[in-house]
Ligand binder design. Sequence first.
Ligand SMILES: [Zn+2]
Ligand SMILES: [Zn+2]
Length: 443
Amino acid sequence: MKAMRITQPANVNPWARAAFETAHHAYVRGDLAEARAALLRALDSQPDFVDAHYWLARLTDDPQAKRRHLTNALVHLPNHLDALRDLMVLDGRLTPEQAAQTHHHAEAETRQAAEPVRMTTTVLICPVCGGDLTVDPNDGHVECRFCGYRAEKAPQPATDGSDLLAAALLERKATNVRWKIGRRLLHCNRCGAERTIPATALSTRCPFCNSNHVVQQDALGSFQQPDGLLPFRVSQEQAEARIRKRLRRLDERLAGLIDTNAMRRLELEGVYLPFWLFDALADVTQTITPKAGRYGKGPASLRLPQTSTFRDGCFNLPVPAMSKPHATLLRGLNDFDMGQMVAYQPKLLARHPAALYDIDFDQASLEARSEATRRMREKHGQTNRDDVEVRVSTLVVQMSFRLVLMPVWLGVITEADGDLRQALVSGQTGKVVLGKAQKPKRR
Ligand SMILES: [Zn+2]
Ligand SMILES: [Zn+2]
């Protein structure tokens, strides 16, 4: 029998506490009706009493009341793991047995797949003539160049498919295995050919019949599908022009020192790259302290620090979900407009291929958490008064995330002296990020 405890005693008023204790005694005696009545009295006295909500949910059989009280507990204390676990069971996302397995603190076990993993794919072919599909770069419609077929609907705006980080972490604990995939096995159901593809490809063409395949899931269920996609708005020619312009600026700056980074060749490929997009809610505590000496002769009460606590959020923090290209380059592409996000569908990859993530959401969440903390400090730590000092402490209380595909032109520049340089161009805004020039690797 789980003990009824008050998790945050400082926040509970004496009447609510007395009622909760009455409920606890009734619960120990086995008088659940009396326990429920006392918990309701506790809530009358203090509607945001998290433990009272949580225990009412546990002691009632009515699924609607259960859900209401669990949701209430989570609204007031978003990182209440017990309430979240029970809500996931109620939603059918975890079985009670799985939920019971999520109390441990052990890391998920990582297993390496010994052989290429079988997978299912969607083949992107024209429903009329069976030809290869593409995407109209101007309006985003999926179409066929051979017979003129054109999908009726333009891609739909993305709905919020984000998942609570805490829920996803519990789910992972319940399975407790993390698969590392080397390659996946593509069985082409158009021509019957089989070959392996790297684990970081979300879409690929069969080299024998040229049909375009989008990976749906593999036999191990080792990855999740994207939730949204930002369409390409910048053409290859525009991306190339942007890179040339950037290089000219670089050239001018270096004029007289070196004149060898003129471009000899540029290879460009448009690819959708995966990013995790995080929302974070934080409790921010701001302390404003008058600077020492300022009120040296005044009453001491004037020098007391003033503290206020409030909740604030950061939304749409992108964290690269791929280890290549390097994160410092990818972070440079940070001016995406998320308002243009459309719901992901495999056929949107008819024109440009997409990569699959190799950095998992839990790893990425660490970066998102520190970025959210940094932004909160920056936002609330400013003052235009010079007689006070502002200090901010931030506690991230809830995070949610989704997987999105961002349009990127990946370029490799061969410079006149033979050096190679990576270039990334945002396929949405045209922003250019250049890597450092590097000597080509000797073969
Ligand atoms: Zn067609
Ligand atoms: Zn094939």
